[in-house]
Ligand binder design. Structure first.
Ligand code: SF4
Ligand code: SF4
Length: 349
């Protein structure tokens, strides 16, 4: 697609964001107790779309909510009556500001599974109705490794509009999808068409950003070597400190396991769909009592193999976008980056 690029400055960008918030239902990163999560906002004052700090939670919760009510019901000896089955607070047209590039890519990875054998129509509608506006980071933090993975971070089309700060207060806004192109045309408040210097300046910004990473891996090598590591003793070593809290999966932009649970008092109940994780000991517990993953190393093996072998085989992409959120949030400092590197570099008997 022919990319449309506009130019503005820091004040112009703030005015652009303000105009969006005034005209559209808008979500953006909101800080609470030092952590950022995406919330509905009605002014720029309460949010920070260009925060350099990685958001703790992923934008996936606007498409796959952390815990959502599926329905209410009343179950008596006369039968079961359902209520509240149709409401979806996330289905309307909306704009999300401040989605990091890696997080936006996470949604592309999730699309593969949500549009596979069973189409999740709630997810599909939320995706169709959302415009993603995504600032490119200036600097990698210690846990980031997005530039090592199987996507082109610089030219990503996972967001509708990329926002690139090139220094001295100068900002470019680039449409990366048809939806983004139309959105910028309709919401062009104070933006000017970019001149010939834009491409070079954006490239320079990217090169500086790419040069700031401490972590790098060869994902092709990981994909290939992990295939033979199912019986690696390294899984036991890397998982021994894990307290099976599931946090890594809850914050991960690409993890998508869920559970359906009923909370019921007497004849009235509510059914929820909530995040779950393959690190949860009960995740694979079967009705007859058998559990194929009763120990931590098997659960961590599943997590690693799913991310770097099984998903790749089925959908052609890794189930990891290198955001490092899992590492930042893990209470015992386990890093997926270290885990897979350790596994591929440990010799098997
Ligand atoms: S966040 Fe850390 S401790 Fe918790 S399940 Fe994940 S790896 Fe284990
Ligand atoms: S596994 Fe960790 S680094 Fe990979 S996408 Fe999930 S949270 Fe990010």
């Amino acid at each position: 697609m022919n990319l449309t690029t506009y130019s503005t400055d820091s004040a112009g960008l703030q005015a652009f964001y303000e105009a969006i918030i005034n005209a559209h239902e808008t979500y953006a990163p909101v800080e609470k107790f030092g952590k950022y999560d995406f919330k509905k906002v009605d002014s720029l004052a309460g949010c920070d779309p260009d925060s350099p700090i990685p958001q703790t939670m992923s934008v996936k919760s606007l498409f796959f909510p952390k815990s959502a009510k599926v329905m209410k019901y009343t179950a008596t000896s006369e039968g079961t009556e359902l209520s509240d089955t149709t409401e979806d607070p996330l289905a309307g047209k909306r704009v999300v500001l401040g989605v990091k590039h890696c997080d936006a890519r996470g949604l592309q990875v999730l699309d593969a599974v949500y549009k596979w054998d069973y189409i999740d129509t709630d997810y599909e509608k939320r995706r169709e109705n959302t415009i993603l506006i995504s600032p490119r980071c200036d600097q990698a933090v210690t846990h980031c490794f997005c530039t090592s993975l199987d996507y082109d971070v610089e030219n990503l089309d996972a967001m509708d509009v990329a926002v690139i700060h090139v220094g001295d207060g100068k900002v470019y806004l680039q449409a990366r999808t048809e939806k983004g192109k139309n959105f910028l045309k309709e919401n062009n408040k104070g933006l000017s068409a970019a001149n010939g210097a834009a491409k070079e300046e954006m490239k320079k910004q990217y090169d500086k950003f790419a040069g700031s990473f401490r972590l790098s891996m060869d994902y092709k090598e990981i994909n290939e070597k992990m295939q033979d590591k199912f019986d690696s003793p390294a899984f036991e070593e890397v998982s021994s400190n894990c307290v099976s809290c599931n946090t890594c999966a809850f914050v991960c932009p690409t993890c998508h396991c869920f559970k359906i649970s009923d909370e019921k008092i007497r004849d009235k109940g509510v059914r929820y769909k909530s995040y779950d994780s393959c690190n949860n000991v009960y995740f694979t517990l079967m009705a007859g009592g058998h559990n194929p993953r009763p120990v931590k190393y098997r659960r961590w093996r599943q997590r690693s193999m799913h991310k770097f072998v099984y998903y790749k085989e089925r959908f052609g992409v890794n189930l990891c976008i290198g955001c490092g959120k899992c590492t930042i949030s893990c209470p015992v400092n386990i890093s997926i980056f270290e885990v897979v590197n350790k596994v591929v570099n440990t010799m098997q008997e």
